[in-house]
Design a protein around this ligand. Structure first.
Ligand code: ATP
Ligand code: MG
Length: 419
């Protein structure tokens, strides 16, 4: 039996990497007082239709949607922001807290063609800063992403692209101009872009087709349709990033695949050549809560795709060292409750251990520990036990010591410094 196409098991060796990313991100979020939120994986389908927009790729063709036993249309969340906005409203969190700084980590589901960097169940780490329309909050969230990538030692391989996509009215005007222009070259567009021309022409801007990009070289630019507030907001963000020495480039064709953004849109890309090279996508969404029936809560946030992040950090994250583990090899012919005493001491000093449960003899067990790359092995055998002692073998140097059970605690305390 295989897992469902586009899904993956994450095995213990990989989980170590996940946990280190989690720890680095958690420390960073805590410093800036972002607090975790967990929303359900299941939501009403119309939440995503209303938030993300009916003409987007996600809602149009990527959602896992089904009818439940009560004939309600349910969707496995394709992204986190819609759910967080919904949760803020349903729980009226905004009433007592003007600012809500939140983060989440969890699985997302999109029915896409599985390939490198693209799964049907993938994971996003995301933050949302709700309650401020000031550009400094855009800079804050970008700085947090930047700090996480720096801690993970992969910031050098990444570049930040920013753009302003203006407000809804400005985008509408621009949409008309762009459509007018593209209509003239319709025959030169690829099938995807032709479809987008009617429903979502802005998305043509970030088409990966060279032919389409060629058509776009003379196209009107969104920046020429931005109003005073949009321009000011964008300039302010740039000044903050300049001050923070966070490198960025302006990508005038950067639009995001979700309808709810305004003003700032940004992506962090890796310098890998393939198309799935965006690790982080985000932007400002001042009208989202209003769109789903709440008050206006200006907000900005981003989401990092964990699988894509791991693919660029794998080398810089150190796997935990197996040599830290203390192996316990016991002669099975002796019923031995001293094991619990030893375990108690090891756990007191927060040392990791593994008790060999196999039926083999002690020398076989030691050999196994050695093969695993373990350094310290505690051996309990009949002859040493008769003198209330046990043997400690240092597998790397083959040195061994006999230790009285009553001295074990002192000994462990001492060797903890060398592990
Ligand atoms: P793309 O253009 O690569 O499809 P997107 O714009 O659809 O990305 P977002 O909705 O902004 O992506 O999601 C944020 C991040 O989540 C992406 O930058 C990426 O790292 C990750 N991501 C999105 N879709 C997938 C997927 N199907 N598999 C793995 N990671 C994904
Ligand atoms: Mg996508």
């Amino acid at each position: 039996m295989q897992p469902i196409r586009g899904t993956k098991d994450i095995l213990p060796n990989d989980i170590e990497i996940w946990q280190q990313i989690y720890k680095i991100a958690y420390d960073e979020f805590s410093k800036y007082n972002y607090r975790e939120i967990r929303t359900p994986i299941l939501e009403n389908t119309n939440l995503f239709e209303r938030c993300i927009g009916n003409f987007t790729d996600i809602v149009n063709k990527e959602m896992y949607t089904f009818l439940d036993q009560g004939s309600r249309s349910i969707t496995l969340r394709p992204e986190g922001t819609s759910s967080v906005a919904r949760a803020i409203l349903s729980n009226k969190v905004y009433v007592n807290n003007k600012m809500n700084r939140l983060w989440y980590l969890g699985p997302m589901f999109r029915y896409e063609r599985p390939q490198k960097g693209r799964q049907r169940q993938f994971h996003q780490l995301g933050i949302e800063c709700l309650g401020s329309e000031r550009a400094i909050s855009d800079a804050e969230v970008i700085k947090i992403a930047h700090n996480i990538l720096t801690e993970l030692k992969c910031v050098e391989q990444c570049s930040l692209e920013i753009n302003s996509i203006g407000n809804i009215e400005e985008r509408e005007t621009y949409k008309e101009k762009l459509t007018e222009y593209l209509k003239k070259y319709e025959s030169e567009l690829d099938e995807d872009s032709k479809k987008r021309l009617e429903r979502n022409p802005l998305r043509i801007l970030d088409s990966k087709s060279n032919q389409v990009q060629k058509v776009l070289t003379e196209a009107p630019l969104l920046k020429n349709y931005l109003g005073k507030n949009s321009v000011e907001h964008f300039n302010e963000l740039r000044e903050h990033l300049n001050y923070l020495n966070i490198e960025y480039s302006i990508n005038e064709r950067l639009v995001r695949g979700l309808d709810y953004y305004n003003y700032t849109a940004f992506e962090i890309k890796t310098n890998e050549k393939h198309q799935q090279n965006t690790v982080c996508g985000g932007g400002r969404y001042d009208y989202l809560t209003k769109q789903i029936g709440g008050p206006k809560i200006p907000a900005v946030g981003w989401a990092i795709g964990i699988e894509r992040l791991i693919s660029i950090t794998k080398d810089s994250i150190k796997k935990k060292n197996i040599t830290e583990i203390i192996y316990i090899a016991v002669d099975n012919s002796i019923a031995n409750y001293n094991i619990w005493h030893i375990i108690e001491i090891l756990t007191t000093y927060q040392l990791k251990f593994e008790l060999d449960l196999s039926n083999g003899n002690v020398s076989k067990k030691i050999k196994k520990a050695s093969q695993m790359g373990i350094n310290i092995c505690i051996i309990i055998e009949k002859n040493t036990l008769e003198t209330e002692s046990l043997k400690i073998k240092w597998l790397r140097t083959n040195k061994q010591q006999i230790i009285k059970l009553s001295n074990l605690q002192e000994y462990i305390k001492y060797i903890k410094n060398f592990i």
